[in-house]
Write a protein that binds this ligand. Structure first.
Ligand SMILES: NC(=O)c1ccc[n+]([C@@H]2O[C@H](COP(=O)([O-])OP(=O)(O)OC[C@H]3O[C@@H](n4cnc5c(N)ncnc54)[C@H](O)[C@@H]3O)[C@@H](O)[C@H]2O)c1
Length: 282
């Protein structure tokens, strides 16, 4: 199916980025927030990043203005009724996502695609809050969504081939690098990266290595573009701990549980770049 208008539910970190991807790709996009103030904040974030793109010569001022003109803001889910694709990016809470999907199911056209950006919840459990789980898929963007090309297109057991294909084609047309996968805990990247980063953090104490040397080792010995400690600082220690706990709860392997050192940094409020300190000072 052809996707013309897109809805984004939640204009937080991920939702604002996804809305930016959508308007930059030429789609009329309606962003829904819980308050007008938060909606304006989301738009301001998008304006800021598009402004930087103009400064760096990646888009013209006219292209920026045209993209921003495609964004409408609302506090009503009902204003997404004419969207062909709705991407949900609200807090990672199952009851909240199920409530929103139930409402979207009632409000939107029956052939609209409903996608969740969940990182760790089951897409199937979200889809089952609708009367038509065939049209529900996962579209797992990475942070920052306008910069990182990957989108995991997640097929739940009841997702239809049409919905999966439409989500994939839309992401590709929007300049992303989509990949297909099943609805399993952590999907692809987090399933691999979270336990691997936890192993890296445990090696700090096991081998008595400094964060500087651990990063130096993985950059120079394994060809990583960024060291593991710098990466966890960038992701946010709290975000990584939360994702580790979710994966550990679902798959039960010890190495998926957050290492003690990360829990301590979290307790100290050292959450990485965003707080000015984590493994490193910023
Ligand atoms: N941050 C990441 O690195 C990342 C990466 C991929 C996927 N995700 C997933 O994306 C989703 C959003 O994460 P985020 O980092 O953008 O979070 P965020 O905290 O930046 O944004 C949360 C959004 O939820 C909305 N919200 C809060 N309470 C609500 C309610 N009661 N009803 C409706 N909306 C409500 C907020 O207004 C906001 O728009 C989560 O499912 C998360 O797992 C996050």
């Amino acid at each position: 199916m052809a996707i013309s208008k897109v809805g984004v539910v939640g204009l937080g970190t991920m939702g604002a980025g996804i809305a930016q991807v959508s308007i930059t790709a030429g789609h009329e996009t309606a962003g829904r927030e819980v308050s007008q103030e938060l909606a304006e904040k989301g738009r301001a974030k998008i304006e800021h990043y598009l402004g930087r793109a103009v400064e760096k010569g990646r888009m013209t001022a006219d292209e920026r203005d045209a993209a921003l003109a495609r964004l409408t803001l609302t506090t009503e889910l009902a204003d997404l009724a004419d969207c062909d694709l709705v991407v949900e990016a609200v807090l990672e809470e199952l009851p909240l996502k199920r409530e929103i999907f139930g409402e979207l199911d009632r409000l939107t056209q029956p052939d609209a695609i409903l996608a969740t950006n969940t990182s760790a919840l089951s897409v199937a459990e979200i889809a089952d809050a609708t009367g038509n789980p065939g049209r529900v898929v996962g579209m797992h963007f990475f942070n920052p969504a306008p910069v990182l090309p990957l989108v995991e297109i997640v097929r739940a057991p009841k997702s239809s081939d049409e919905a999966v294909r439409a989500a994939y084609d839309w992401a590709e047309q929007a300049g992303k690098q989509p990949v297909n996968c099943n609805d399993t805990p952590g999907f692809i990247v987090n399933r691999i990266l979270i336990p691997l980063l936890n192993d890296c953090v445990r090696v700090l104490d096991e081998a008595n290595v400094t964060p500087e040397d651990l990063d130096k080792a993985m950059v120079n010995g394994a060809g990583w573009p960024l060291g593991p400690c710098a990466l966890v600082d960038l992701v946010g220690i709290d975000v990584h701990v939360h994702a580790s706990e979710a994966l550990h709860e679902k798959l039960g392997e010890d190495r998926m549980a957050p290492p003690q050192r990360l829990l301590e940094l979290q307790t100290q409020g050292k959450l990485g770049r965003k707080t000015g300190a984590g493994f490193f000072e910023y």
